[in-house]
Design a protein around this ligand. Sequence first.
Ligand code: BGC
Length: 420
Amino acid sequence: MLKKSKLLAGAMLAAFSLAIPAHAADVKEVQMLHWWTSGGEAAALATLKDYLAKEGYTWKDVPIAGGGGSAAMTTLKAMVAAGNPPTASQILGYYALDYAKAGKLNNLNELATKEHWADVIPKALQKFAVTDGNWDAVPVNIHSVNWLWINKAVMDKIGATEPKNFDEFIAMLDKAKKAGVIPLALGGQPWQEATMFDSVVMSTGGPDFYKKAFVDLDPAALKSDTMKKAFDNLAKLRDYVDPNYAGRDWNLATAMVIKGDALVQVMGDWAKGEFSVAKKTAGTDFMCYRFPGTDGSVIYNADMFAMFQVPADRRGAQLALADATMSPAVQSAFNVIKGSVPARMDVPDTAFDLCGKKGIADVKKADAAGTFVGSMAQNYAQPPAVATAYTDVVTKFFHGQIKTSDAAVTELVKAIDAAK
Ligand code: BGC
């Protein structure tokens, strides 16, 4: 009798399980939108995918090529508008705040509290990952844009050393030009030119000026002689690019330096990921110096994963992604390859090369000194509309559609005013 009822219970249980619709079980898949399509970027992302695979999650990639992420942001907007957001999206600064304020993101507070995220993530980044007290995005790294990436053999050949200010930088570029090497590897796309201009402004005016102009949007600073001088300096750099620079992707510009076809690229430290996948060693094959005249300051942008409101059966995968991203192991492995600094300040620098170690030390020093400032070009100083207005003016100036520095500052004030 007992046996019979056990059998019956078993049969009922089996029937019950079969009756549960498939979607009631957790979907063990992470869908991620990102613009990490270069060799170094893909290699870094693989560390996160592998980590999640070990936990039983599959990866559905939504890659939208285009450095700086503007194409990715357009796709994301369409997916969210269609009510079909990804589990998470790579995102920068003010874009995350916009989605959070629009009520599109999920709350991660339980995990954040359990894992003490607030104690290990710099306050500057928390401003973009936490809205109204709710964690809704997870920072995977801290990049910075004020770097030079130099081919060491070319630098030695032309007899140059680390330039310490803008004039020394120009002198170095002149030496390369005389030696018949392309001095400056530039990808002439708007976001790359604007990203380079962030560094030029910091070098020309220093951190207080940068903050006044780009964080406070002080009109006097935006149209000052210092800003004019920054545009003059940007114009000087135009003399050192090759004729094919317009439209070039950033990683192709990095490849020119890796191969020794060009001396230097001004680029965020994602460039180092390309040197790493090409098996080049920092200090031997290439050098990483702060953009001349910006030592002591870090112009940052941090890649975050914005966690969208997804159906309940995808929530587990989302939390697994957040947990993996914040794990010290992923923060180290990912950033060693990506070229960036861990977003967690408690991750040791042991596994990093000399550029990575310098990056980590620089972030800590700048954060303590008040010289850790958001990149205007990368949406960490201002919301997207203002950042786009800035990028437009810089690129028009660089390509000669705005002819003088006087006109450039006038246009800058006008464009920013209209975008505010
Ligand atoms: C992102 C980096 C990325 C770079 C080039 C930046 O906006 O923050 O992670 O490597 O664009 O694609």
